[in-house]
Design a protein around this ligand. Structure first.
Ligand code: PEP
Ligand code: MN
Length: 337
């Protein structure tokens, strides 16, 4: 962290600032220039409140140099993290496709879709049981019943399951879930992040609707700092001023994250675009940008889906996407296995 002190500050005020900084457990390197005085803070500055420093009246500006996340930082863990779920690896040169309905609606629906997406090459089955809906009057998911149906589909197909947790009170209900999803709306539900950080299973952390990459990595840090190092990041589009798509897929986040973190990064082109016809081009773009996997919504009857029918692919359309993804994968040195 670097603090630029205002010109003509009183020595007493400067001494108080330096004393305060040292009390935070860091060393201070003082450089005196012709126009300004710069304090270089050396050591762990992660606990220093940058806004508080900036508000001090002798401070001209303050800037963090290092990233505030440690566990998720590639600097301290240069190798890609590889997370294995039911024999399927995320990260490195592995590529996985997660697919399934937005919401679990019935046994017949989820099993039919599971079988279809598995036949096309999906390795994990997704399906919402607890649904975060904008309106309290919309379908809220089958809740515990939805989890049981997902488990039935797992038994039937052998596919590991991915589903969203929305409450710390539900942790026990998720004991047989293979990959626990934190949805966009809960990316900064810090109490929930801390609890899933104590779970002994991988976490799929979706990007918040309007969160920066650094905020997203800090949320991963919350989970990891509790001991759970198995976090997969999922870019699902962010809010912009563009109304023609549901969100705007932030493709540049993928290669940037690959530099900043060792964690696997996957993309959800369904929620990113909100339009089924955009799912294929956005999937191919994501693969080209270096994603480690995709999560795609598939429904056997999109027109009558209880949630997100407009962005859901039919099993036939999904099969076509997988075939096209397979053409691009060798170009980015990745393999579905
Ligand atoms: C989902 O994947 O079911 C979902 C609700 O997505 P998001 O949290 O990204 O909106
Ligand atoms: Mn959905």
């Amino acid at each position: 962290m670097i603090i630029v002190v205002k010109r003509n500050s009183e020595k007493a005020q400067l001494d108080t600032l330096i004393k305060w900084v040292k009390m935070q457990g860091v060393e201070v390197d003082i450089s005196v220039g012709s126009n300004s005085l710069v304090l270089g803070l050396i050591g762990d500055t992660s606990k220093i409140d940058i806004d508080l420093v900036g508000s001090m009246n002798i401070v001209e500006s303050v800037k963090r140099i290092g990233e505030p996340y440690k566990c998720a930082n590639r600097k301290f863990h240069p190798e890609d993290t590889i997370i294995e779920i039911g024999g399927h690896k995320f990260g490195g040169n592995n590529f996985q496709i997660i697919a399934g309905p937005c919401s679990v609606e019935s046994e017949k629906q989820v099993i039919e879709i599971a079988k279809a997406v598995k036949a096309s090459g999906a390795t994990l089955l997704r399906g919402g049981a607890f649904k975060p809906r904008t309106s309290p009057y919309s379908f809220q998911g089958l809740r515990e019943g939805g989890l049981s149906l997902l488990l039935k589909a797992k038994e039937e197909t052998g596919m590991p399951i991915v589903t969203e947790i929305m409450s710390v009170n539900h942790i026990d209900l998720f004991k047989d879930v293979d990959l626990v999803q934190i949805g966009a709306r809960d990316m900064q539900n810090f109490e929930l992040l801390k609890e899933v950080g104590k779970m002994d299973k991988p976490i799929l952390l979706k990007r918040g609707l309007a969160n920066t990459i650094e905020e997203w990595l800090m949320s991963a840090e919350y989970i990891m700092s509790e001991g759970n190092k198995n976090v997969i990041l999922c870019e699902r589009g962010i809010r912009t001023f563009e109304p023609l798509t549901r969100n705007t897929l932030d493709l540049s986040a993928i290669p940037l994250l690959k530099e900043l973190t060792h964690l696997p990064v996957i993309v959800d082109p369904s929620h990113a675009s909100g339009l089924s016809r955009l799912v294929k081009p956005m999937s191919l773009a994501s693969v080209s940008a270096g994603a480690d996997g995709l999560m795609i919504e598939v429904h056997n009857d999109p027109k009558n889906a209880l949630c997100d029918g407009a962005q859901s692919l039919t099993p036939v359309q999904f099969d076509d996407v997988v075939k096209s993804v397979d053409v691009v994968l060798p170009l980015v040195n990745k393999e579905r296995k």
